[in-house]
Design a protein around this ligand. Structure first.
Ligand code: NAD
Ligand code: DAU
Length: 351
């Protein structure tokens, strides 16, 4: 039986990856390690929490001794590393939290894997989940990020992710650690934390609050349904070439203002409100410092070499997402009130 450590499995993308692995691979033992920061929520995983091949461990990847002991105890065969501070705006106000978790935390995991797999690297895999933001911003509309695009991170978040990518590659070449990295575009879907654009807009429309659009809303992001990202992670974990990098994206670019308008229209229809009601809530606010203009992933390599492709068109994915938030308003209210943390903190304290 394979034992796989998934870090950050209580977060947005991690919870979809954990669910996919626990249900698709009953022969694997999945250990979900998560610190349960403000972004970690075990309510994302209630449907699989009692599965016989699933274990949750609360812990911090910044704590090197704890990580070393965890590797000694479990003898993992593979690591899928998603735990991170993930929000660009928070990285602008508190960059050191990003250095600690994203850089030091990743290095602690690399060291523990290196020690644990020392003489038997064969069959092992250290998979680092990264972002397209490491490539910087695009200005030429004809240009896309390729796996060979030079790194040019411009926010503390993307600098911390770029740094961790470099360490992962360095451990691959220096210690022959069997590493693989993917760089993905903006995800959206169920369980998206409502500090990020799409769930924030959905939340604020529901509560008749202003919809903050940074600057003129002209910045472009490339959107991918979160379950398709989880499927891509499954594909690369099993079939990706050791030492390689794969870009993941859906060739699906949207200007922020256009996507906000589309959410407004979709929500008005779903809530039976008069057309144009939600649009009136749009409020242009001060731009994000160093706001990257455009991201666009060229995902040809993963599509051609590994046969992965997105399963959902954007309009379909957005509708599913809006439906999920409308059907899970309790989840949304618990997250915005912080109730989920109180409950699970009590549950896991002293374990
Ligand atoms: P998220 O913020 O929703 O979840 C992060 C998870 O990591 C949370 O459960 C949190 O509790 C946990 N965590 C944070 N610090 C930790 C620590 N020190 N020790 C242990 N656990 C810790 O993030 P997400 O959006 O799901 O992103 C997951 C990964 O994917 C990140 O590495 C991110 O950089 C990457 N990524 C995200 C996107 C996106 O659009 N959200 C796109 C590309 C790549
Ligand atoms: O590209 C991948 C990245 O996508 C991931 O690596 C990050 O973890 C993830 O958070 C996301 O980063 P972004 O900064 O692109 O996502 P966010 O949802 O914060 O913002 C999307 C766009 O919307 C961005 O151009 C900023 C803008 N925005 C965001 C917020 C929160 C607004 O206009 N108003 C807002 O209130």
């Amino acid at each position: 039986m394979k034992k796989i450590l998934i870090t950050g499995g209580a977060g947005f993308i991690g919870s979809h990856v954990v669910r996919l692995f626990v249900t698709k691979y009953p022969q694997y033992q999945i250990v979900n390690l998560d610190k349960l920061t403000y972004a970690g929520n075990l309510a994302n995983l209630t449907d699989i929490e009692n599965a016989p091949n699933y274990t949750f461990v609360k812990g911090d990847i910044v704590d090197a001794d704890f990580i070393d002991n965890l590797f000694t105890e479990h003898q993992f065969d593979g690591v899928i590393h998603l735990a991170a501070e993930s929000h660009v705006d928070r990285s602008i106000t508190d960059p050191m939290a990003f250095v600690m978790t994203n850089v030091i935390g990743t290095c602690n995991l690399l060291n523990a894997a290196k020690t644990s797999w020392k003489d038997k690297m064969e069959g092992k895999r250290f998979y680092h989940v990264s972002t397209d933001e490491v490539y910087g911003e695009l200005h030429n509309p004809e240009e896309f990020f390729l796996e060979t695009t030079p790194y040019d991170p411009r926010s503390p978040y993307s600098a911390s992710k770029a740094s961790s990518d470099h360490f992962v590659r360095a451990y691959g070449s220096t210690y022959k650690l069997p590493v693989v990295i993917t760089n993905c575009s903006n995800n959206y879907g169920p369980n998206h934390f409502p500090e990020k654009l799409l769930p924030l807009i959905i939340h604020n429309i529901l509560h008749n609050k202003p919809l903050p659009v940074y600057g003129k809303g002209e910045n472009v992001r490339d959107w991918l349904f979160v379950v398709d990202h989880a499927r891509a992670i499954d594909t690369v974990f099993h079939d990706g070439k050791i030492g390689d990098t794969y870009n993941i994206g859906g060739f699906n670019e949207w200007k922020n203002i256009d996507i906000v308008m589309l959410v407004c229209k979709t929500m008005d229809e779903k809530l039976g409100r008069e057309a144009g009601t939600s649009e009136k809530l749009i409020t242009y606010v001060t731009d994000r410092a160093g706001h990257d203009l455009r991201y666009a992933i060229d995902a040809t390599k993963i599509m051609n070499e590994l046969g992965w492709k997105p399963s959902l068109q954007f309009e379909e994915g957005l509708e599913k997402t809006v439906d999920w938030f409308l059907n899970n308003q309790e989840w949304l209210d618990n997250v915005t009130s912080g109730n989920y943390q109180k409950y699970y903190t009590e549950m896991y304290t002293n374990r």
